[in-house]
Design a protein around this ligand. Structure first.
Ligand SMILES: C[S@@+](CC[C@H](N)C(=O)[O-])C[C@H]1O[C@@H](n2cnc3c(N)ncnc32)[C@H](O)[C@@H]1O
Length: 213
């Protein structure tokens, strides 16, 4: 685990990672769209932006994918290391502390996972930043995406100052020119004990395929 672009490597989620045992914050299972990936692509390279504590990366490595993951939080990458160690799984991929808002060198991949990072980016520039990331997906490849939406407000004391909930128009714009293979909206229940306690968010889940150069 190394640092690619050292400045601005803190995260909006650091308070929550710091309060979690072994910095493992995001539960025991991969995100709900992740198990669909092996059926949707023959490609085996994955880039995960904001990979957090590695709940998706571990599943994908165990299913034969080569994963490159980065997160702006060194606590998140520490959590990922701990998660892999607990699972007795030696990481085969490359996991680094790097901030998407800084210059970052990324290889093209068959799948981009953007799971919960879009709502962390600055509202005014995030479409541009994220679409630049989407360009790293090979033709015919996938973006597997989720973010929090603004149908419910953030609970008070969520401690993630700087998270801005996304509107549906914004998400539609983000995937202009992409083929949407899956789209669902719903409510998720999170806990983040002992800091926040049980609370609810609205979210959207999308799988989009790159059909244009
Ligand atoms: C909601 S968490 C999701 C973590 C992981 N993707 C998952 O599904 O379990 C969002 C993650 O994005 C990271 N993040 C936020 N802003 C970022 C940025 N500008 N560059 C890289 N990572 C960022 C946070 O540190 C956090 O780990």
């Amino acid at each position: 685990m190394n640092k690619q672009n050292a400045k601005n490597t803190h995260s909006l989620y650091d308070v929550l990672y710091a309060a979690s045992e072994d910095n493992i914050l995001w539960g025991t299972k991969p995100g709900r769209l992740i198990p669909l990936i092996p059926e949707l692509t023959k490609g085996r390279t994955v880039l995960e932006a904001g990979c957090g504590d590695g709940k998706n990366a571990l599943f994908l490595e165990q299913n034969g994918f080569t994963v490159t993951g980065f997160d702006s939080s060194n606590l998140a990458i520490n959590g990922l290391t701990n998660r892999f160690r607990r699972a007795n799984w030696l990481p085969k991929g490359n996991y680094i502390v790097a901030n998407l808002l800084n210059p970052i060198q990324l290889r093209s991949s068959d799948v981009l996972i953007s799971y919960g990072v879009f709502h962390c980016l600055p509202e005014l520039s995030r479409i541009e930043v994220h679409r630049k990331l989407q360009k790293k997906v090979a033709l015919g490849g996938l973006v597997v995406f989720t973010c929090l939406t603004n149908k419910l407000p953030l609970p008070e004391k969520h401690t993630t100052q700087g998270v801005t909930l996304a509107g549906l128009n914004e998400i539609t714009h983000l995937f202009d020119g992409w083929e949407i293979e899956y789209c669902d909206e719903g409510i998720i229940v999170e806990e983040h004990y002992p800091i926040v306690g049980q609370h609810y968010h609205t979210a959207i889940w999308i799988i989009a395929r790159r059909v244009n150069r």
